[in-house]
Ligand binder design. Structure first.
Ligand code: CP3
Length: 342
């Protein structure tokens, strides 16, 4: 394996001094990129994920075209429920659909903790090919959904603003919920370890719906399982935890031993740092919709963000995934402003 020519991201995660702030964007592979949209006409979503050549091509696109300091493997968090035995469809312009959601103990019998090498080998093949193709240009990020966020989709069966059915399931059948969360956690630990064995330099856990829970319920239904994942990865690679909307848990998430914490745009950098403490790297937190502003406004807001977080233990990123309607030159302005900041 070739040594990395640009290891700014990994240095920042380890708390080492960097020559400049590293930058990447959540959901940078796909969506807003015209070359990706062309591929979408030819191949279904899961074809794009399951074909290592296509997944590699999409993963490398933002490195070539936008200049980010890291690649994130093209896949989806929902490949895990799929590998556990659920049917998952991705409907263009609508989102995920799981036609037979989990409603009770009976439904767990249809699910298993799979052999990830058997069910998710295509992700590892894509990581290996991407690693080769990148030839050390930038680090490669692996990822998985947090158990709570995956439970949301597995129980609700589709996207939702509130995921109230998933919450109701947890409050009405906590034992079944915990059984399911543990199955997801066991699968995820094996999955992330195998991603690192296949070439991922670091991994990010996406808890996109963590902020829907109260602080008490976040501890019980989410953080408990994230803690297990971070502990299992401790000697494997640096782990980044991103729980959107869960600013109230920054201190507890920092205490898991994660190397990085994703921050959304609903909290000031200074306050996020105060909650998280000085011993962890923060990543974020540009409002993705703010990339719709004119370029000079983007530059101004990015500089303010950089000033707010400071140079130490910081990775510039968005506060959530890039939106499909962002012009590529606006994404590039975001990245270039960070890179130009001395
Ligand atoms: O940089 C990347 O985008 C890498 C690959 C990636 C995808 N999904 C590809 C994808 C990553 C890291 C994800 C994570 C993901 N998937 C999350 C967590 C991050 C977040 O944004 O909150 C979640 C909640 C999902 C579930 C999911 N997958 C949804 C809700 C949707 C539909 C809406 C959307 O986000 O576009 C998907 C489909 C999906 N996953 C697309 C892509 C590029 C869009 C479908 C397409 O372009 O054909």
């Amino acid at each position: 394996m070739s040594a990395l020519k640009n290891d700014l991201l990994l240095k920042a995660l380890r708390g080492e001094t960097v020559s400049r702030t590293p930058v990447w964007m959540m959901r940078q592979a796909g969506r807003y990129l015209p070359d990706y949209i062309k591929l979408r006409d030819k191949y279904s979503f899961f074809e794009r994920c399951e074909n290592p050549e296509l997944a590699t091509e999409i993963t490398v696109m933002p490195v070539d075209q936008v200049g980010v300091d890291a690649a994130i493997i093209f896949s989806d968090i929902l490949v895990v429920p799929q590998a556990m035995g659920m049917e998952v469809q991705l409907i263009e312009k609508v989102g995920p659909l799981l036609p037979q959601p989990v409603k009770g103990a009976e439904d767990l019998k249809r699910l298993c903790v799979p052999d990830v090498h058997e069910r998710l080998h295509y992700v590892f093949d894509a990581l290996k090919l991407t690693k080769q193709t990148l030839a050390g240009r930038v680090p490669l990020i692996g990822f998985a959904g947090a158990p709570w966020t995956l439970l949301c989709y597995m129980v609700q069966g589709k996207g939702s603003k509130t995921f109230d059915e998933a919450k109701g399931f947890c409050y009405q059948q906590p034992e079944v919920a915990h059984q399911l969360l543990q199955m997801i956690t066991d699968t995820t630990i094996a999955y992330l370890k195998a991603q690192v064995a296949a070439g991922a330099d670091t991994v990010q856990v996406f808890d996109s719906w963590g902020g829907l829970l109260s602080p008490q319920d976040f501890e019980v239904f989410s953080l408990r399982y994230i803690r297990q994942i971070v502990a299992a990865m401790k000697d494997v690679c640096p782990t980044i935890v991103f729980a959107k909307g869960a600013w109230f848990a920054l201190e507890d998430m920092a205490a898991t031993g994660a190397h990085g914490l994703g921050i959304d745009w609903c909290i000031k950098p200074e306050l996020a740092r105060q909650f998280a403490g000085s011993n962890i790297t923060l990543q974020g937190n540009f409002d993705p919709a703010k990339l719709l502003s004119p370029v000079p406004e983007i530059e101004k807001a990015v500089k303010a963000m950089l000033k707010g977080f400071g140079r130490e233990r910081y990775i510039a990123n968005l506060g959530h995934g890039i939106l499909p309607n962002i012009p590529v030159d606006h994404a590039r302005a975001f990245v270039e402003t960070v890179k130009a900041h001395g």
